[in-house]
Design a protein around this ligand. Sequence first.
Ligand SMILES: [Zn+2]
Length: 460
Amino acid sequence: MKSITKRTIVSLILAGILILGTGIFVFNFFTKGSEWASYPANSHLYTNGILNSGTLLDKDGAVLADAHDGTWSYHDDQTTRKALLHTVGVPDGTIYTGAITRFAGKLTGYNFLTGAQHIGKDGNKVYLTVDADVCRAAYKALGSYKGTVCVYNYETGEIICLVSTPTYDPAYPPAISDSDPNYDGVYVNRALSASFIPGSTFKLITLTAALEEIPDVTNMSFYCGGSVDIGDKTITCTGTHGDISLEKALNVSCNCAFAYIADMLGGKTLDKYTKETGLTDSYSVNGISTKASSFGFKDDPAGEVAWGGVGQGHDLVNPCSMMIYMGAVANGGKAAVPQIIEKTTLQGGLKTGFYIKKQTERLVNSATAEIITQYMKSNVVNTYGESRFPGLDIYGKTGTAQVDSSDSSNSWFVGFIKNEDAPLAFAVYAEGGGSGSRTAATIANTVLQEAVKSVSTEEE
Ligand SMILES: [Zn+2]
């Protein structure tokens, strides 16, 4: 009797393991099947190691890239090809964020019911959310600067513009040597896969923490005498602002006021807000992971924390995560997670697969978001000039990030527009662009004008 019980238990355990194992296999089959099938050794989908079918289109149906018998052809216009290099990608996968390799399974038409067997010669159509015209405008506006422009709809998650420079023409790839400064980081998508010193755009995070943690901070007065000593550091300001309010401190981007606030808050609290605002998150853009921002607040001494609070020190911010935070502020605390795939269809037009819109966690309280929104508007009205953004109800913050004492500084502009038809958040970054208000804000206006046109005409 005893041994029968024992055998039963052993059988049950074995059966349990079998069921568990089958479960794991089925789960992996469903979730990773397209990855397995699109592995380069699979000759159904690859010719000489190159993905051999599929069409990539922009949101309006412009063909961005098209595969026939193992050869990829690209958009007719060279500027468009360059503007979309980091979004479209190249068949050998050297650009991590490129759709050609990231969405290989979707392009070839692999699915878990019929596997790769049913696949037609031409594969599927993958429509991206980007607008090729807006991306081209962004590439032109960046000019010779290395940097990025990203714009997305914070209600739906659709990325309208995703451009990174330097770039090259994928139809005629140049010979690129590692030491060539013109191609510094050319394979990196600066919006999704990189992080940079944020400069004064980070004051928006310090502001968030101040509004939440310091009672009555909106009625406090701060003194700027041109510099302030905190810990063993002297934090210098770009002006001598005298006695100023919190709002005015943001308008004139006063380093002394924000260094003082950072010191009041302390490194641990600022560290908490880099997490709560989602900056240190790695987001999944249809499976493409973004780089998390990083900071030194947890361990830094007071002087470094103060520099960190004004956006220097050990701060490194990913442009996409900053854009998402801007979307959350605009949207009352939560924003849509960015998406790059609009839809996938068979060549005949029948939809395959569906994409669920995702929301971020709450990144900021709605009452705090309201005050930040108000202050970002007064930045535009009092400092940058509303007339520079004709027709746009824009809210923004510039940044001019010092990389080292000798180099020219990097130009940032982040923010959002309020527009029922075009609820857009953005991040613009230009290396060596100097003043954020001069360079990045001008680029932002050019691109947003195109983006609003693109999104607003969509529904009609
Ligand atoms: Zn100042």
